[in-house]
Design a binder for this molecule. Structure first.
Ligand code: HXC
Ligand code: NAP
Length: 263
């Protein structure tokens, strides 16, 4: 990636205070971009901002909930006022818990759809006027649940499938503006909140890892590499794509039937 240059570009990461999204923010900051992040917790934002500043460039942090269109619009507007047009927009805020549909209240289902799907709409809708046109790259963070029906994940499956469709529709609507809209579908990424929730025990981790063709979980750096590629001139003819970065795990639908081979 050394020949891909983001120096001086403006990058906004919704949900950028931890995990995969912070990994993406970190990669752009290290590459010389001006990076703004937004998430709910002021404390987490402050911690992430302090780390991102250590890479030498300017950093902005906002406490904003993606479920609040006005709050997220204000964060985007302030970023634009400070640094000008936004070159790269990442929408990755998400919530998850493991529960059967019958163990979920209407508010439980709505909460995840509100954060993931409606939140992504709010971020992209509010950002459009502040994007570089032509030239901006938008990346929505999806998940394997968007295509693999996964028990106890009805809320996440519905929300992430909706995000992928939003990616495709807005790629069509905003292509004429020179704005590309793509998605990344990470597989299981080590040391993240998502994995702590979905695979809380060593046994769960071993089971999950055994269904990944490359035999290991991914890293936040590997997701950031794809975000940088998609936002670079090397991908300037790529739009409306949702790219799995998952060690091949989507190929098996997340299921490993190896245990049944000897039966
Ligand atoms: C059933 C649950 C529940 C659970 C919460 N709820 N946890 N229902 N089982 N385990 C219900 C609550 O009872 C409530 O409904 C409703 O959800 C809202 O809960 P709140 O706590 O009030 O919501 P909020 O404070 O907005 O928090 C949102 C959250 C929380 C999603 C519930 O967990 C959160 O903030 N998560 C952010 C971090 C996160 O999840 N990161 C992982 C992303 S990984 P009632 O009816 O009682 O009011 C990911 C994909 C990973 O997205 C893929 C890996 C391969
Ligand atoms: P994470 O660390 O919990 O990241 C979620 C981020 O979103 C946090 O910074 C959180 O900060 C923020 N956020 C949550 N709700 C928000 C809201 N309502 N408004 C604004 N910000 C909000 O989890 P992660 O595991 O790294 O996941 C990051 C992304 O990757 C998610 O989109 C997830 O679906 C996707 N993903 C993860 C995996 C995995 O293996 N971990 C696999 C596939 C896809 P605050 O708490 O401060 O709001």
């Amino acid at each position: 990636m050394s020949d891909i240059e983001f120096k001086g570009q403006t990058v906004f990461v919704a949900g950028g205070s931890s995990g995969i999204n912070l990994g993406i923010a970190r990669a752009f900051a290290r590459a010389g971009a001006k990076v703004a992040i937004a998430s709910r917790s002021q404390e987490r934002v402050d911690g992430a901002v302090a780390e991102l500043k250590s890479y030498g460039g300017p950093v902005l942090g906002f406490s904003a909930d993606v479920r609040d269109p006005l709050a997220i619009a204000q964060a985007l507007q302030q970023t634009h006022m400070a640094w000008g047009d936004i070159d790269v927009l990442i929408s990755g805020a998400a919530g998850n818990f493991v529960a059967p549909a019958l163990g979920m209240s209407a508010n439980g289902f709505r909460t995840v759809v509100d954060i993931d799907l409606n939140g992504t709409f709010h971020v992209l809708r509010a950002a459009h006027e502040f994007l570089r046109k032509p030239g901006a790259s938008i990346i929505n963070i999806s998940a394997p649940q968007a295509v693999n029906p996964t028990m106890f994940q009805s809320h996440v499956c519905a929300a992430k499938a909706g995000i992928d469709m939003l990616t495709r529709v807005l790629a069509m609507e905003w292509g004429p503006d020179g704005v590309r809209v793509n998605g990344i579908a990470p597989g299981p990424i080590a040391d993240t909140e998502g994995i702590r929730r979905l695979a809380p025990t060593p046994e769960d981790i071993a089971r999950m890892t055994s269904s990944i063709p490359l035999g290991r979980m991914g890293t936040t750096e590997e997701i950031a590499d794809m975000a940088m590629f998609l936002s670079s001139t090397r991908a300037q003819y790529v739009t409306g794509a949702v790219i799995p970065v998952d060690g091949g795990s989507a190929l098996s639908g997340g299921r490993n039937l190896g245990g049944a081979l000897n039966n």
